[in-house]
Design a protein around this ligand. Structure first.
Ligand code: NAP
Length: 259
């Protein structure tokens, strides 16, 4: 049986990865902070899809949580797929918001995926097969007031994935930077204004995001995966606008919205 480890498996995109991979016959290691939700999901997937599931409770924004998961990964037989998905979002200008969540975001979005890739890769490379999906964001191509740290951590993850691919592609390991647009999950639960401001047509479904990602990985597609036609167009347009101008346009948009 192939085996995958998914971080942030209890909700949203991570949970959709867990369901899609269980359907494909993967045994699963499910990582998140809430033990109760992890165990419920592990039981549900094992019963429905007859796969082996292991819940690992860990806070990947802490040094201890990240290092303990990395040590367990390094000690395991090789993984077939690593999905670095755990993440969260905040809003507010950097000088006006508490710093600790921003430090935690850097550790969770940048340090943890890098560390888990480094733990999983030696065995994947040795065996000459394996896959890594780093869940980044279309926000990594944007910058503007209100979530600069989120965008910057996602830009890191996309750039890191593109570079990593050049190191391991010839060894048979596939790397993907999955860059979804707005997706209905729990991440915006504390941000009702985001749900109000973003037009309905820009929102997608987590299961669609995951199917697009897995299909692209399975057919050895490009490293960057932007699911959905509207997001693909948005991404292409964004990347045509010079970087400096992207920030200016975002400030104007915010002013027009009065925020
Ligand atoms: N939804 C979107 O619009 C969107 C768009 C682009 C990119 N993304 C990216 O997609 C990924 C998944 O987000 P989502 O929208 O599916 O969010 P979500 O529904 O809020 O799920 C987040 C998952 O991450 C886990 N998690 C959060 N902090 C953690 C920590 N410190 N250690 C371990 N696990 C942690 C959560 O479980 P616990 O709380 O139990 O730990 C949960 O399983 C994120 O990287 C996000 O940046 C989302």
């Amino acid at each position: 049986m192939p085996r995958a480890l998914i971080t942030g498996a209890t909700a949203g995109i991570g949970r959709s990865f867990a369901v899609a991979l269980a359907r494909r016959g993967f045994d699963l290691i499910l990582v998140a902070r809430s033990t109760e939700r992890l165990e419920a999901l592990a039981h549900e997937l094992a019963a429905q899809h007859h796969v082996a599931t292991e819940p690992w409770t860990a806070d990947l924004a802490s040094d201890e949580g990240r290092e303990s998961v990395a040590a367990r990964v390094a000690a395991l037989p090789p993984l077939d797929l690593l999905v670095n998905n755990a993440g969260f979002a905040t809003t507010g200008k950097l000088h006006k918001i508490p710093i600790e969540p921003q430090l935690a975001m850097l550790r969770l979005h940048a340090l943890a995926p890098m560390r888990l890739c480094a733990a999983a890769l030696p065995r994947m490379v040795e065996r000459g097969t394996g896959g890594i999906i780093n869940v980044s964001s279309i926000a990594g191509f944007l910058f503007g007031p209100g979530n600069v740290n989120y965008s910057a951590t996602k830009a890191f993850l996309t750039s890191f994935s593109l570079g990593l691919d050049t190191e391991v592609r010839n060894a048979g390991v596939r790397v993907q930077a999955l860059c979804p647009g707005f997706t209905h999950t729990e991440i915006h639960d504390e941000m009702p204004h985001v749900k109000r401001q973003i037009p309905a047509w820009l929102w997608g479904r987590a299961d669609h995001v995951v199917e697009a990602s897995l299909r692209q990985l399975e057919r050895h597609g490009p490293v960057i995966c932007v699911p959905g036609l509207r997001n693909k167009i948005l991404w292409r347009v964004l990347t045509l606008i010079p970087r400096g101008l992207r920030g200016t346009l975002a400030v104007r948009r915010r002013r027009a919205q009065g925020s």
